[in-house]
Design a protein around this ligand. Structure first.
Ligand code: NAD
Ligand code: ZN
Ligand code: ZN
Length: 348
C-alpha cells in the first residue's frame, strides 16, 4: 500500500510503498477514507533530530492524527459490536483505557500513556495517511454514520480541540459577551462556528491574511481584524474598552499571546491552543484581574461524539481542500506556505 511517511529528520515527507499491516490481538484494521493535515505535524517535523528522538517519535512514521475509515479486518479478541464495513472516525488521543481520566473518556489526559509508551496515530504510532491503518483498540473508533468522511475527518482534531477549549468557557460567554479567535486556519475556522453555535458571544476573528479573514467572515465571525500592532486598540474599540470575555489563541506565538493578554477582560478566560513557541509572562498589573489561563490538549471521546452531532445538525461545516496521497507532500508545503483555506485532507 501507499503511505505518506516522515522518513528522515529535516526532510519533506515521502510517499512510499509498504505492506498492508495485519491487525494483532485487540486491534482493528481500517481502510482509510480520509486523513487530515494538522499544523502540529509540521511542528513535529520541524523538531531537531535530538528532540524528535528524545520525545519518542519513530522513523519512519506514517503521518496523520486525523483519520476516518471503513472497518476492514477485526483482530483476535476484539470485544465490540463493530462490524466489517462500518464507517468510523478515529479518536486520536489514545490512552491506557484504565485510569480515572480514561474511564471518563478523557484519554487526552491519560495518566499512564507517557509511562506505557502509548502514542496517538501519526504522533508516535503509525498514522492515517496511508491506504490502511491499524487502530490499537476498538474503543478509539466512533461511528460516522452517513457523515461524509472527507468533509468531517478533521472534526477529530480541528473540531474536537476547539470544541473542548470552548466548552470549558461557555459559562463566561452568554449574551452580550465577546469571544476573540486568533488564527482562523484549520482549528480557528471551526472554532468560530462552534462559538456561534453554542454561545451568545459576539465573535471577533484575527489573522494575518485577508484571505483567511474572508474565510472567518464566511463561517460566521461578526468582526474581523488584521493581527498586527494595532489589533489590540481595534478590539478595545469594538468592546467599549472592556476587552474580551474569552480569548482563544490558535497560534500561540509570542505576539499573539501578548495580544491575548492585553485584550482579556476582567475575569476572562485566556486559552492558548497553538504551539507557536510563545509563553505568557505575567504578574500583578500586567493582565486584567482574575483572568484564568488554560492550555488545553485535544478533547475527550464524548466531546468527539458531540462535535460529530453538531456537524450532523448542520451547525459546523469544515472547509476542505482535498489532496491525493501522491500529493501529500504538496499538502504539507501548502500548509507551511499558509495557502490552505480551512483544512487540507488527504484522500487515499
Ligand atoms: P493552521 O496553519 O491551519 O492555522 C494557523 C492560522 O494562524 C493560519 O491561518 C495563519 O495565517 C494564522 N496566523 C499565523 N500567525 C498569526 C498571527 N501572528 N496572528 C494571527 N493569526 C496568525 O494551523 P492549525 O492546524 O489550525 O493549528 C493551529 C495551532 O494549534 C498549531 O500551533 C497547532 O500545532 C496547534 N494545535 C494544538 C492542539 C492542542 O491540542 N493544543 C491541537 C491541534 C493543533
Ligand atoms: Zn492536530
Ligand atoms: Zn489512561
Amino acid at each position: 500500500m501507499k503511505a505518506l511517511r516522515y522518513v528522515a529528520v529535516g526532510q519533506a515527507p515521502e510517499v512510499v510503498e509498504i505492506p498492508i499491516p495485519t491487525p494483532g490481538p485487540g486491534q482493528v484494521l481500517l481502510k482509510v477514507t480520509a486523513g487530515g493535515v494538522c499544523h502540529s505535524d509540521d511542528y513535529v517535523m520541524s523538531l531537531p533530530e535530538k528532540d524528535y528522538l528524545e520525545q519518542g517519535y519513530p522513523l519512519p512514521m506514517t503521518l496523520g492524527h486525523e483519520g476516518a475509515g471503513i472497518v476492514h479486518e477485526i483482530g483476535e479478541g476484539v470485544d465490540s459490536t463493530l462490524k466489517v464495513g462500518d464507517a468510523v472516525a478515529v479518536y486520536g488521543p489514545w490512552g491506557c483505557g484504565r485510569c480515572h481520566n480514561c474511564s471518563e473518556g478523557k484519554e487526552n489526559y491519560c495518566t499512564n500513556a507517557a509511562a506505557e509508551g502509548i502514542r496517538p496515530p501519526g504522533l508516535g504510532s503509525q498514522g492515517s495517511m496511508a491506504e490502511y491503518m491499524i487502530v490499537d483498540n476498538a474503543r478509539h473508533l466512533v461511528p460516522l454514520g452517513d457523515l461524509d468522511p472527507v468533509k468531517n475527518v478533521s472534526l477529530t482534531d480541528a473540531g474536537l480541540t476547539p470544541y473542548h477549549a470552548i466548552k470549558r468557557s461557555l459559562p463566561k460567554l452568554g449574551a452580550g459577551t465577546v469571544a476573540v479567535v486568533i488564527g482562523t486556519g484549520g482549528l480557528g475556522h471551526v472554532g468560530i462556528q462552534i462559538l456561534k453555535a453554542l454561545s451568545g458571544a459576539t465573535v471577533i476573528a484575527l489573522d494575518v491574511s485577508d484571505e483567511k479573514l474572508k474565510l472567518a467572515t464566511h463561517v460566521g465571525a461578526d468582526h474581523v481584524v488584521i493581527s498586527d500592532a494595532d489589533a489590540a486598540r481595534k478590539i478595545r474599540d469594538l468592546t467599549g474598552g472592556l476587552g474580551a470575555n474569552a480569548v482563544f489563541d490558535f497560534v500561540g506565538a509570542k505576539p499573539t499571546i501578548a495580544l491575548a493578554q492585553s485584550i482579556a477582560a476582567v475575569e476572562a478566560d485566556l486559552t492558548v491552543v497553538g504551539i507557536g513557541g510563545g509563553s505568557l509572562e505575567y504578574g500583578f498589573g500586567s493582565i486584567a484581574y482574575d483572568v484564568a489561563v488554560r492550555i488545553p490538549y485535544w478533547g475527550s471521546r464524548s466531546e468527539l461524539i458531540e462535535v460529530l452531532d453538531l456537524a450532523r445538525a448542520g451547525k459546523i461545516d469544515v472547509e476542505v481542500q482535498e489532496y491525493s496521497l501522491d500529493d501529500g507532500p504538496k499538502a504539507y508545503a501548502d500548509l507551511a506556505a499558509s495557502t490552505i483555506r480551512g483544512r487540507a485532507v488527504i484522500v487515499p
